[in-house]
Ligand binder design. Structure first.
Ligand code: G3P
Ligand code: MG
Length: 254
């Protein structure tokens, strides 16, 4: 099976479903990932946290308030407590009772059909152990060649690399962030395979710099087909989108 790094070297812009095909199904749920795979996405992106009892749970925010019928911090709840929540009704009645998935459940559902961009959510200088939990699940499912691990937190990437050094990592960033994470990344000097900037930061000068540094470039969140074609023509390696179907049509006529 082709590895994610080989695929990114193949001169074809990969399409990743952002939180799944999240324009059409509740973000970060199995139906959203299944739909992305059915639409023909090359990969999916997901957001991972560590539950209180040490499981890798997929949800975007640090709390469950916005995308479930519960409230509270993800890292303060056990897997059983998180699994009791309805993570679909907020999006639509037809998704009622969809559960928050674990990383292992996502790998089992779609891991052999799509690459997986595992975004570690971590907002502190110290760790709750999320990197170890994510690494353990990747290794358990033999997904080392099928994933890229990304984060806005350079320290999380550094910790993950220390555990599973052969897995590619991508550094996420956006303009005007409260902490200068680019300076932090320079300071720690962590080698990484990919840059994951907000798409508005990309132009030809950016791409010349990134390619000169040897980085793959995966960008988010692109839902406009015209912008997708521009980014492809600039040499972007991967587009992370809520609408894989629209991007695939724009980029490949599929
Ligand atoms: O990985 C790209 C994108 O997911 C980063 O931002 O907030 O959607 O997780 P966010
Ligand atoms: Mg994300």
């Amino acid at each position: 099976m082709q590895s994610i790094v080989d695929a990114m070297y193949k001169n074809r812009t990969l399409v990743f479903g952002h939180r799944g095909a999240s324009a059409y199904a509740p973000m970060n749920t199995i139906p959203a990932y299944e739909l992305a795979a059915e639409q023909g996405a090359d990969g999916i992106e997901l957001d991972v946290h560590r539950s209180k009892d040490g499981h890798a749970v997929i949800v975007h925010d640090f709390t469950v308030d916005h995308t479930t019928d519960g409230s509270g911090r993800v890292d303060a709840m056990t897997l059983a407590e998180l699994k009791a929540l309805d993570a679909g009704s907020w999006f639509g009645e037809s998704f009622k009772n969809i559960r928050l998935p674990t990383l292992g459940e996502v790998f089992e559902a779609v891991g052999q059909r799509v690459f997986v961009n595992v975004e570690i959510k971590s907002e502190s200088l110290t760790t709750d152990g999320v990197e170890q939990v994510v690494a353990d699940v990747i290794a358990h499912h033999h997904m080392q060649q099928r994933v890229i691990v990304s984060s806005f937190n350079p320290l999380a990437l550094q910790r993950f690399r220390g555990i599973l050094p052969d897995v590619p990592i991508g550094f996420l960033y956006a303009p005007n962030m409260p902490v200068d994470i680019q300076a932090l990344m320079r300071q720690i000097g962590l080698p990484h395979e990919a840059r994951h900037p907000y798409h508005g930061m990309i132009d030809s000068a950016y791409m010349a710099w990134a390619k000169g540094e040897g980085y793959r470039v995966n960008t988010w969140t692109v839902n406009d087909p015209i912008r997708a074609v521009e980014l492809r023509d600039l040499g972007v390696d991967g587009i992370i989108t809520d609408k894989p179907d629209v991007m695939l049509k724009a980029l490949r006529g599929a």
